[in-house]
Design a protein around this ligand. Sequence first.
Ligand SMILES: Nc1nc2c(ncn2[C@@H]2O[C@H](COP(=O)(O)OP(=O)(O)OP(=O)(O)O)[C@@H](O)[C@H]2O)c(=O)[nH]1
Ligand SMILES: [Mg+2]
Length: 210
Amino acid sequence: MGLFDKLAGWLGLKKEVNVLCLGLDNSGKTTIINRLKPSNAQVQDIVPTIGFSIEKFKTSSLSFTVFDMSGQGRYRNLWEHYYKEGQAIIFAIDSADKLRMVVAKEELDTLLNHPDIKHRRIPILFFANKMDMRDALTSVKVSQLLCLENIKDKPWHICATNALTGDGLQEGVDWLQGSILIGCLSFGKRSRLNEFVRRKPLSGHSSSIS
Ligand SMILES: Nc1nc2c(ncn2[C@@H]2O[C@H](COP(=O)(O)OP(=O)(O)OP(=O)(O)O)[C@@H](O)[C@H]2O)c(=O)[nH]1
Ligand SMILES: [Mg+2]
């Protein structure tokens, strides 16, 4: 049993987590979510999402229900109807789509300023996707263009990914799982964690929890 499993069990965490998967059309959202599912549940042909679809995948300690939203312009107004239900956000970016990086930033800014998101410490995982494309920007450049350093009131993380091979996805999901667990601590469970740490030292992971 890994550290996160022990923590989740010990915290009495509700193991079902709703995640919103957002980002422009063609950024690779559905491909990413498909890759996170067990291999026998993955589909071969991915088509542009109409409206949204609900998908599920699991990590060692959490079960994720993903609202895989269409990124097409005509469907983006659907996103906000699910903000209240989301406990975490995955935001996918096509790192090779330089022309639309400004549109991705506009959508991100609209999301961050929405009343259902603005005042919540909801974790946001950015996938700088399509890193295999010859002209893809680095995740550092994507981060700069989206001005991610201005996000001060929410935990966020950016990973360089290739959803076709799955490269980078696990790192991101590990971060998301950890940040959801840590988010639980801010709701009054910190003292219980301290007790846990006294009994079972967390070795190298303890600094990320304080
Ligand atoms: N080269 C490359 N292609 C990718 C990658 N991820 C996804 N794609 C391709 O990009 C296209 C769009 O992928 P989708 O997963 O449908 O994108 P989406 O964000 O869900 O799009 P919408 O549902 O329209 O919002 C597909 O042809 C995928 O095969 C990647 O990392 N590298
Ligand atoms: Mg899709």
